[in-house]
Write a protein that binds this ligand. Structure first.
Ligand code: ATP
Ligand code: MG
Length: 445
């Protein structure tokens, strides 16, 4: 069973049409055969009945003359004591019935009527040329107790191509209708496929993935509605990004002036505490700004070795005394936005170190894309939370405990960066280890 709409429609229509055409073909063939039978045998039967009528009306001494007079133009008649059609011959009950009926209509009650058909090879009258096949109908009727009228009449040969012609016509019709319906099915399926592709491509950011409206009016309307919705969603998300960006930006200045004022606060411990809070707010603002801007990639793309980029980061962490290792050395060159990418990987490493103690990173190519895997040795994330932790501000530990605390933006930023590179961020709990975060960078990145 084909899966596509066009395939299913073509198959179903093809089967239904096939059955209908076969029935139609059988009916027409049957009718045609009856018709040709009537056309070929009708005149022969009529001639036979005419001779029988003439014979009955003629006086006894003229009977031979009547027989002789009628025995021409492909017919031969004779009166005999026995039927020219033997009882056990291959007889035509249909023709016999019609003969009896025709005789009765002419007022002749035949004791018995027999009919059979033979083929004979005869040379043309001129005596030269090839012998031809002739179809001969032998009719025989008992006119009185011991006299049979026998007639041999040449009848036209049936059209040998009748069935063939009819079959060809049926097949042609079948192909035309099937072709037309397949075309319609394809015309419906194509815009639907476009729609599915556009919906899959839909990232909610940047230029909306539009479908070219085509096909029938109702399909067109559905596609246009999809496009309109697409534009609205993109506009809404844009608006959200813009707003976040504006808020983040506008808060920066007051925060900076607050930091200056804090410098004059006494006692020293209080000042330090306030400074920390302001730092935290600044970091959070910075994160919000990155997240808001990530959809509108301002950073220039550069072709570079992703493994080298990760290696440099790992080195940084090691210098700070963290247990971070890189398990790959193969170069993986890709077009990336290095600053954003660094930030995303840092967020993943930070998480690994915050919720575990050691982090191991590997870089591997998967066809067109490159995957950066960050694995830690922590407790992982409960499966039912895996989806939610990617949302901004969502944290598994809701207490917002300062010790392990963050804003809950790290993973959202990492995901936004991945999507910016035409890729994805996926999380799963590695068996026997902690969380495994895979940052996949798409081929277009
Ligand atoms: P920040 O914005 O400072 O990164 P955060 O680390 O709390 O704050 P995310 O990085 O977005 O925010 O992570 C969201 C939540 O997912 C975390 O609060 C944590 O509960 C959980 N999580 C993230 N990474 C891990 C990990 N490697 N192991 C266990 N839990 C994790
Ligand atoms: Mg984090």
């Amino acid at each position: 069973m084909p899966k596509s709409l066009a395939g299913q429609m073509a198959l179903l229509l093809g089967l239904a049409l096939l059955v209908a055409q076969i029935v139609n073909f059988a009916l027409i063939l049957n009718e045609r055969q009856k018709l040709t039978l009537a056309q070929t045998q009708g005149p022969a039967i009529n001639r036979f009945v005419t001779v029988a009528t003439d014979l009955r009306q003629a006086p006894a001494e003229f009977r031979d003359a009547v027989i002789e007079d009628n025995s021409r133009r492909g017919a031969r008649f004779a009166i005999a004591g026995a039927s020219a059609v033997p009882v056990q011959a291959q007889r035509h009950p249909q023709i016999e019935a019609r003969l009896t009926q025709a005789l009765a209509t002419a007022g002749i009650r035949a004791g018995e009527a027999r009919a059979t058909e033979v083929t004979e090879r005869r040379r043309p009258r001129s005596g030269t040329g090839k012998a031809e096949e002739h179809r001969i109908l032998i009719l025989s009727a008992r006119l009185d107790s011991n006299a049979w009228l026998n007639g041999r009449l040449v009848i036209p040969r049936p059209d040998p191509f009748l069935t063939l012609r009819l079959a060809a016509a049926t097949l042609l019709l079948y192909l035309i209708v099937l072709g037309a319906s397949s075309l319609i099915a394809i015309r419906i399926a194509r815009p639907l496929r476009d729609l599915a592709r556009a919906a899959e491509r839909f990232g909610g950011r940047g230029t909306p993935a539009l479908v070219e409206p085509r096909g029938s009016a109702d399909l067109r309307r559905a596609l246009e509605a999809f496009n309109a919705m697409n534009r609205r969603v993109v506009a809404l998300l844009d608006e959200k990004d813009r707003m976040l960006g504006a808020i983040g930006h506008d808060l920066r200045t007051p925060l900076a002036s607050l930091r200056i004022r804090v410098e004059s606060i006494e006692p020293e411990s209080e000042r330090q505490r306030m400074g920390e809070i302001i730092d935290e707010m600044a970091t959070m603002l910075e994160d919000i700004l990155v997240l808001a801007r990530s959809g509108r990639s301002r950073e220039e793309e550069r072709v570079m070795d992703v493994t080298a980029l990760v290696d440099a980061l790992v080195e940084e962490y090691r210098e700070m005394g963290h247990d971070v290792t890189l398990a790959t050395s193969a170069r993986e060159v890709l077009k990336v936005q290095p600053n954003l990418l660094r930030r995303a990987i840092r967020n993943l490493i930070d998480n690994g170190l915050k919720y575990g103690e050691s982090v191991s990173i590997s870089v591997r190519r998967d066809g067109e894309s490159v995957g950066i895997e960050v694995l830690d040795n922590g407790a992982g994330i409960p499966p039912e939370q895996l989806e939610h932790v990617l949302e901004p501000f969502y944290r598994v530990e809701e207490s917002r405990n300062r010790a392990t605390g963050g804003t809950g933006l790290g993973l959202s930023i990492a995901r936004a960066v991945a999507e910016n590179h035409g890729g994805t961020l996926s999380l799963d709990n590695a068996p026997g280890a902690g969380l495994r975060a895979t940052l996949k960078l798409g081929p277009t990145g």
